[in-house]
Design a protein around this ligand. Structure first.
Ligand SMILES: [Zn+2]
Length: 144
């Protein structure tokens, strides 16, 4: 595992814990395992542009909401735990967030600030999706 991968994983876990804290969600074993697994997957999926042979790193195809939409479609079709989608969105958004800070360069988009804006918009959309999906599927501590 490279240092870069490790940093992305760490930021993803931090995002997950901030999310759980902000929404006051019960941290059960299910939340930790499924949320943690999918968040880890979400932090990793952006770098698949290297594996999939798209040709260059930081492709807008993998550094956007697109992987989450495809993953969400799969979760919906196969009727998997919606928590997978929440964790995935958090992991992916944390990846984009860290890329804004660390590099900011996205292929096909010219100019450093346009790249960062692209990453930021996608990062925010992913967070909105995670927050929008969560009330239905996660139990909050404040209910009782
Ligand atoms: Zn990246």
């Amino acid at each position: 595992m490279t240092t870069d991968r490790l940093i992305h994983l760490l930021i993803g876990i931090i995002f997950l814990f901030i999310f759980l804290k902000v929404l006051n969600i019960n941290v059960t074993m299910r939340v930790l395992l499924i949320g943690g697994f999918s968040a880890a997957l979400g932090t990793w999926v952006s770098d698949w542009d290297l594996i999939l042979g798209i040709g260059y790193h930081r492709s807008p195809l993998t550094h956007s909401v697109l992987p989450a939409l495809m993953f969400g479609w799969l979760v919906y079709k196969v009727k998997l735990d919606a928590l997978l989608m929440i964790g995935f969105c958090l992991g992916l958004s944390s990846h984009l967030f860290w890329d804004i800070i660390d590099y900011g360069n996205v292929q096909w988009i010219k100019g450093g600030n346009s790249d960062r804006l692209f990453l930021l918009i996608n990062c925010i959309i992913l967070l909105v999706i995670a927050f929008a999906v969560s009330p239905k599927y996660l139990e909050r501590s404040s209910r009782y």
